[in-house]
Design a protein around this ligand. Structure first.
Ligand code: NAP
Length: 306
């Protein structure tokens, strides 16, 4: 029977770190602040945004929400982002995806100042991730990496198979896991992969990020493997209060019988995504405060030695 990975517990530790670093910044007169831009009324997006704002408040950080109608013009949305880029009291900008149809996601993401790109989706952030430069890492893939590390799941020389190649989960995960310090050998599967079970059955670590409930059956999993379920799917459940229940991509019960480790949904990767966002926001605020102090120091030095 698999060990259940408690993402909530690991996330609590990270949120505590964010809270400590926030307190240190507040002592310097800076309160980290995230601006959340939300276009439209997608119910899942509304609940994600609410969870992020609650977590920020819990760590002592501020958030400001900018809600725009689903029919907002792209130019107006870009105007909001430009104003937030220029606002020194805003340290991070999060544009909640997906955006309404008719708005170009790449254009909007590229409009965010990379210094405030706490989602890690800007091309500059992605470039730094690939090249190993300084920049924000995307929250969900980074959260998965931290979960593996905190659980002591060996990655050095491990075979990792990822189901899903999106820009926000699968591709960055493949990049991070193949870094030298992680040292895994990664296979990325997608809808064009013939017989994915051939690959998944060889995986020491199997990561499902496809958004397909029930995709990973016990027959696709190697005995003792670590199974990380990134998927979040809303399944209709008229008997429940909300009318739906959440399910991952993994057939949890039978897979848990066979795997060595498994993440539940909810309570696995999801809490880590929010926790890593908090760390990115506090990092952005620290960078801004340090740059301001360095600027002030440089000005003071100029006055002294002139
Ligand atoms: P996405 O953009 O829809 O990408 C899904 C990927 O899965 C695509 O690359 C697709 O392949 C691949 N795929 C679909 N069916 C497949 C199959 N049968 N076999 C192999 N690959 C398959 O989704 P996403 O944004 O990456 O999100 C994936 C899931 O993670 C969703 O359930 C989402 O809600 C969840 N998620 C959770 C968190 C969290 O914090 N827990 C964060 C982000 C996302 P093609 O490229 O060939 O189409």
């Amino acid at each position: 029977m698999a060990k259940i990975i408690d993402g909530k517990a690991v996330a609590v530790k990270i949120r505590e770190e964010a809270r400590t670093r926030t307190a240190a910044l507040q002592a310097r007169g800076v309160r980290p602040c995230l601006a959340v831009v939300l276009a439209g009324e997608d119910p899942a997006s509304l609940s994600y945004v609410a969870a992020k704002e609650k977590a920020l408040a819990g760590a002592g950080m501020a958030s400001r929400e900018f809600r725009l109608p689903a029919g907002v013009a792209e130019a107006e949305l870009l105007g909001v982002i430009n104003a937030l880029n220029a606002d020194e009291t805003v340290h991070g900008i999060l544009v909640q995806l997906p955006l309404p149809s008719g708005i170009r996601e790449k254009t909007v993401i590229s409009a965010v100042d990379p210094a405030k790109d706490v989602d890690g989706f800007h091309p500059v952030s992605v470039g730094n991730m690939v090249l190993g430069g300084k920049g924000f890492l995307p929250c969900t893939p980074h959260g998965v990496l931290v979960l593996l590390r905190e659980e002591g799941i060996p990655t050095d020389g491990a075979r990792v198979v990822i189901l899903g190649r999106s820009n926000i989960v699968g591709k960055p995960l493949a990049c991070l896991l193949s870094r030298r310090e992680v040292n895994a050998t990664v296979t990325l599967c997608h809808t064009g992969t013939r017989n994915p079970g051939l690959y998944t059955r060889e995986a020491d670590i199997l990561i499902a990020a496809a958004g397909r409930p029930g995709l990973v059956s016990a027959g696709m999993v190697k005995e003792g493997a670590a199974v990380i379920d990134v998927g979040v799917n809303r399944l209709a459940d008229p008997g429940s209060k909300k009318g739906y229940r959440l399910s991952g991509d993994v057939d949890y019960g039978p897979v848990a019988e066979k795997a060595g480790w498994i993440t539940p949904v909810p309570g696995g990767v999801g809490p880590m995504t929010v926790a890593m966002l908090l760390l990115n926001v506090v990092q952005a605020a620290e960078d801004a405060a340090n740059a301001a102090d360095a600027g002030a120091g440089a000005r003071a030095a100029a006055v002294r030695y002139d």
